[in-house]
Design a protein around this ligand. Structure first.
Ligand SMILES: Nc1ncnc2c1ncn2[C@@H]1O[C@H](COP(=O)(O)OP(=O)(O)O)[C@@H](O)[C@H]1O
Ligand SMILES: [Mg+2]
Length: 516
């Protein structure tokens, strides 16, 4: 077959495949353009999950007649004046969003340049450009996108439910709004998803948490710790949620690099490492981090959607974030720990007034008496705050005065202003775990030989994996050997886990080894 040069409209549709993955991508591109145009207020409307209508209105610089005609052309941009890709300060720079959108939808742009007395309108419908014509609008730009993907039915089939697309749009608006607190934002989706964000002074750390509160919730604001660190030309600041504040996915993690919201694997990994094991497996902390570095230290030209990055010195960026989070979280733990004095804990084991001893509470808290630090990790988020004003009352203790025990599992305690529910099994696990870690750090875990070695039946691969890791496991206090082809025999266990469920432990270990 002969090679042919593809026609522009087809090229635009192909590009749209990457730039415009779903309605939320259109919203993202249009808001980015409004931000780049210096808007002070950006209003977004999205109907039918963004498939029937997306409208973005801004009060930015607007476009004159000539620029408006060029804006819909491929690779036409006002943002690269000197061919230099190493110093990008705008959100856009590729000049392909508007032509891509125009190729797969019905796009209408109405714009009036600042100071001009005439506005103009241009439209592109499935790649067909209409004549530029005069229009009426205040200074700024209004862009409407109707019937998204009508020109590419294959893509339309991949859309999720209206609700899911609307949620993705709201997520995009929130990320961009968080990165630009000085801009007013609104979002209307025709149903209950709406957002009204008033402008806040720039400088998130210096001017309070108003926008963070509107986006991440007031709960985050009360339970977030300031993060601020710099090394060389790289600086990070923001807020990190307490480890007790976690979510089943990473949607509540907001990462902004040089003013650009990103979803970056390296940064996500650094956040995970920064929290370490303070957050349970499979859960994700909430945070908002703003990274600033010289533009030539980071390449944003990695993916058409511009949400992935490449750092020139990735390790330095990672190390900075990990240390910054360690410091922020460490200081909080210290604060909470200090208030959990031996004395306070001892007092918790004393039956409070109105408490009937047959509930068995003193025994339940017996383990807590011997450990201090880890309890701060299970204290409910509001607890440390009360601890700071601790008086002599039982109710002023960080975990409060125990009032009752439920289902042999939960301890209900009362502090001055709140109710604390402690899952004592989870707390116990945590304490044992902390002790294991400590013993390991202090030179090794003491082992206890089993009177009757325990055989654990597994599948062949799992048994092989365990046997291969035997030397490492031994350092952790667990002595296992291969036992036939698909089982292991456990001879010694860590003393701290003496009474535990050995079968379960070994199976879990085999699973974790499989995950690397
Ligand atoms: N809301 C807007 N206000 C002013 N100018 C705009 C707006 N949207 C787009 N433009 C102009 O149209 C050009 C093309 O936009 P786009 O296709 O998104 O490419 P890019 O943002 O990468 O330059 C921009 O460079 C800008 O000059
Ligand atoms: Mg753009």
């Amino acid at each position: 077959m002969a090679i042919r040069q593809l026609p522009p409209n087809l090229v635009n549709r192909i590009a749209a495949g990457e730039v415009v993955e779903r309605p939320a991508s259109v919203v993202k591109e249009l808001i980015e353009n409004a931000i780049d145009a210096g808007a002070a207020r950006i209003d977004v409307v999205a109907n039918g999950g963004g498939l029937s209508l997306i409208r973005v209105t801004d009060d930015g610089s607007g476009m004159d007649r000539g620029d408006l005609a060029l804006a819909i052309e491929r690779h036409a941009t006002s943002k690269l004046q000197d061919d230099d890709l190493s110093a990008i300060l705008t959100l856009g720079f590729r000049g392909e969003a508007l032509p891509s959108i125009g190729a797969v939808a019905r796009l209408t742009i109405v714009s009036r340049a600042r100071g001009a007395d005439q506005a103009y309108e241009i439209a592109v419908d499935g790649g067909r450009k209409a004549q530029l014509k005069p229009a009426a609008i205040g200074e700024g730009t209004r862009i409407e996108v109707r019937n998204l993907f009508y020109a590419t039915p294959a893509r339309l089939k991949f859309m999720k439910s209206e609700r899911a697309e609307t949620a993705a749009i709201a997520d995009v608006v929130k990320r961009l709004a968080l990165s630009k607190p000085e801009i007013a934002f609104s979002l209307d989706t025709g149903n209950r998803t709406t957002l009204r964000l008033e402008p806040c002074p720039p400088g998130l750390l210096d001017h309070g948490l108003a926008r963070l509160g509107s986006i991440l919730g007031e709960e985050f604001v009360t339970d977030a710790l300031p993060v601020r660190a710099a090394r060389g030309a790289v600086a990070v600041e923001g807020f990190a949620g307490l480890p007790t504040l976690h979510r089943p996915n990473s949607l509540a993690q907001y990462l902004v690099v040089n003013g650009r919201p990103v979803r970056d694997k390296l940064l996500a990994g650094a956040v995970r490492a920064g929290y370490g094991d303070l957050v349970p497996n499979g859960r994700h902390p909430m945070l908002a981090l703003f990274l600033a570095l010289p533009p030539d230290e980071v390449d944003v030209n990695v993916h058409p959607a511009k949400t992935e990055l490449r750092f020139r010195d990735a390790q330095a960026v990672r190390a900075l974030i990990v240390t910054a989070l360690h410091e922020a979280l460490g200081s909080a733990q210290h604060r909470a720990t200090a208030s959990l004095s031996q004395e306070a804990l001892a007092r918790m084991t004393r039956p409070p007034t109105g408490f009937t001893p047959q509930h068995g509470l003193p025994r339940a808290f017996g383990f807590a008496k011997r450990a201090q630090a880890p309890l701060s990790l299970i204290a409910l988020p509001s607890a440390p705050a009360h601890a700071e004003t601790a008086g002599d009352d039982d109710v002023a203790n960080p975990l409060g005065a125990a009032r009752a025990q439920v289902h042999d599992t939960f301890i209900i305690a009362e502090t001055e202003h709140s109710l604390v529910i402690v899952d004592q099994h989870a707390a116990h696990e945590r304490l044992v775990y902390e002790r294991l870690k400590k013993a390991f750090a202090n030179g090794g875990l003491s082992r206890q030989m089993l009177l009757i070695p325990e055989v654990v039946e597994l599948d062949r691969e799992a048994a092989e994996r365990l046997a291969a890791s035997a030397p490492e496991l031994e350092r952790l206090g667990l002595v296992v050997e291969a036992f036939g082809a698909s089982a292991v025999i456990v001879r010694e266990v860590p003393t701290l886990l003496g009474q535990g469920n050995i079968q379960g432990l070994v199976r879990d270990l085999a699973d974790e080894l499989a995950e690397g």
